[in-house]
Design a protein around this ligand. Structure first.
Ligand code: B12
Length: 482
């Protein structure tokens, strides 16, 4: 008999272990899967043994998963999936069933929260889908052992001779201060095995962290299926204790807050900074902000408390295009705030995307002009991808050509090409954008200063480059000899 008080929680990779070794983005950017770490801490608190396997940190984990299932015989295995990693999750669920017949497979995360019943209809390997916030739902599901699960809210399950049943959204979000800190200690190799993006931190060890759930905005390209449009957050006191825990338990010296809207509640950020100044932890931090939710006093206060870098979603530098896809699309205001952050001595990172519906060569050139006119130190350019759950997904086929290949929907492929554009042209403009950024003397100088501001980044950059070139040479040799 399988153990009903044991679960294995897996963060699938999305592609082969071999491909993982040449995926520069994975090597440059490896962050702890906070969703399953939070579930594990919550379950452990309630007497359920949860084990985590993060395939991003351990790309060759098929055998590890199989071995765990054989020896530990858990009644449940859970998978946390984005769109690009979902099919890999299904593959692992099939593997789990072969190794341990009778194990119940549960899927959670953005992709399944958006597609709901369609997942159970199309994928036999999935027994249950958890929609939205998962802590209470998975606990209740395990408590009932999967029998009578119709009573568990937030769940989709199979029914005999009928379509899958969605038991309905949970009426109330969790009080975030009541949650235990994520079970970082259950992530093999934490913190050393995890790395923030190169040039995005001054010191090691570092990690990412989440201190709120939800976002009240409704941008056309963003999937809000998991936490919805409310905004719940940890108090300044809880957050300070979370930081202190990371510092004392793991020696963490820098945190990247991945909240969608870190400064949305101004008061709590102010209070956190007050506390960090009064009782310093010897830590710095990055966060993502929306320009409407910062001001000079706050930014300067954050700088004093240890803020090292702020990321801002710019998305596009074309006013007209932006106004179709985002609320408050005021590019002048945004530019002013970016200059303000920079003047306060904080690094700035711009988050952009190209290929939105309505994008043209001119709008991309305008984006480049806009970004290159600003004191942006670092930037990330995503290839627009219409994710299930985002408002644009509903009507995307009217806007251009969309090849819905989930495994490739990772913002690194142009799966969607808007009317009047070609994929080749988008690729060329994408390259031009990056090259334009790296050709700017100020930007280059900024990366040079990272030699002393973030020496670890340079070591990783050079190490990664060597590994990548060696891999490419090896692959070429194999291809030549075959
Ligand atoms: C941090 C982050 C990253 C990090 C780290 C990801 C990681 N290691 O987990 C980095 C930068 C590497 C990253 C990369 C990508 N990301 Co990202 N990322 C986020 C972000 C901002 C926070 C994720 C997080 O930690 N949330 C906090 C935890 C507590 O929530 P959670 O993971 O959703 O888990 C809860 C529930 O979903 C549920 N749950 C989750 N898993 C499971 C499993 C089981 C069994 C159960 C029962 C429940 C359950 O319960 C959890 C607790 O309540 C989210 C947006 C957001 N605010 O959530 C986007 C988000 C997840 N990312 C997104 C995307 C698109 C990507 C990329 C494809 C491209 C990109 N933007 O760079 C890549 C792909 C990575 C991949 N694994 O496939 C999309 C996903 C959309 C989709 N349908 O795929 C999101 C939702 C942003 C958005 N709104 O568009 N990302």
């Amino acid at each position: 008999m399988l153990n009903p008080r044991k679960i294995l929680l897996v963060h699938p990779l999305g592609y082969s272990a071999e491909a993982a070794n040449r995926d520069v983005s994975r090597l440059a950017n490896l962050m702890p899967p906070l969703g399953i770490a939070s579930l594990a801490a919550y379950l452990e608190q309630r007497g359920i043994a949860a084990t985590l396997i993060d395939c991003f940190a351990r790309p060759d984990s098929d055998s590890l998963i199989a071995e765990f299932l054989r020896t530990e015989q858990p009644a449940f295995i859970g998978f946390s999936c984005t769109t690009s990693s979902f099919l890999d999750g299904v593959r692992l669920a099939k593997l789990a069933r072969t190794v341990l017949p009778g194990v119940r497979t549960v899927f959670g995360g953005p992709h399944v929260s958006a597609l709901k019943g369609r997942i159970l209809e199309d994928y036999d390997a999935v027994d249950f889908v958890v929609v939205g916030e998962g802590e209470e739902t998975i606990h209740e599901l395990m408590a009932c052992g999967g029998e009578g699960a119709e009573a568990v809210q937030g769940l989709i399950l199979r029914q005999k001779d009928a379509l899958p049943l969605f038991t309905g959204y949970r009426p109330k979000g969790l009080e975030l201060d009541s949650l235990p800190f994520p079970a970082y200690d259950k992530l093999e190799g934490f913190p050393g095995a995890y790395k923030l993006p190169i040039f995005n931190y001054p010191s090691t060890p570092n990690t990412s962290c989440i201190s709120s759930r939800g976002c009240p905005y409704a941008c056309s390209y963003c999937d809000r299926s998991v936490f919805g449009r409310s905004f719940r957050y940890n108090s300044a006191e809880y957050l300070y204790e979370h930081m202190r825990f990371l510092r004392t338990r793991f020696g963490i010296r820098h945190i990247n807050f991945y909240d969608d809207q870190f400064t949305f509640h101004r008061g709590r950020v102010e209070a956190l900074c007050d506390r960090l100044l009064k009782e310093p932890l010897g830590m710095s931090f990055n966060c993502a902000v929306r320009a409407e939710h910062i001001d000079e006093t706050l930014v300067r206060h954050m700088k004093k408390a240890g803020c090292w870098m702020m990321s801002l979603g710019i998305e596009s530098g074309d006013q007209e295009l932006l106004s179709h896809h985002r609320q408050n699309p005021d590019l002048d205001m945004l530019a002013g705030r970016i200059r303000m952050i920079k003047a306060a001595g904080i690094r700035t990172k711009g988050l952009l995307m190209i290929g939105l519906p309505g994008e043209t060569e001119q709008s991309i050139r305008r984006s480049m002009d806009y970004v290159f006119s600003l004191p942006i130190d670092d930037f990330n350019l995503a290839k627009f991808t219409p994710f299930p759950g985002s408002p644009l997904y509903e009507t995307i086929h009217e806007e251009g050509e969309f090849e819905e290949d989930w495994a490739k929907m990772d913002c690194m492929h142009f799966q969607f090409v808007t009317k009047g554009m070609t994929r080749e042209r988008l690729e060329q403009l994408f390259r031009d954008f990056y090259e334009g950024h790296f050709r700017r003397p100020k930007v280059l100088w900024g990366y040079v200063t990272m030699l002393w501001k973030s020496p670890d980044s340079w070591l990783r950059f050079l190490g990664g480059l060597r590994g990548f070139l060696a891999f490419t040479r090896r692959t070429e040799r194999i291809q030549e000899s075959s």
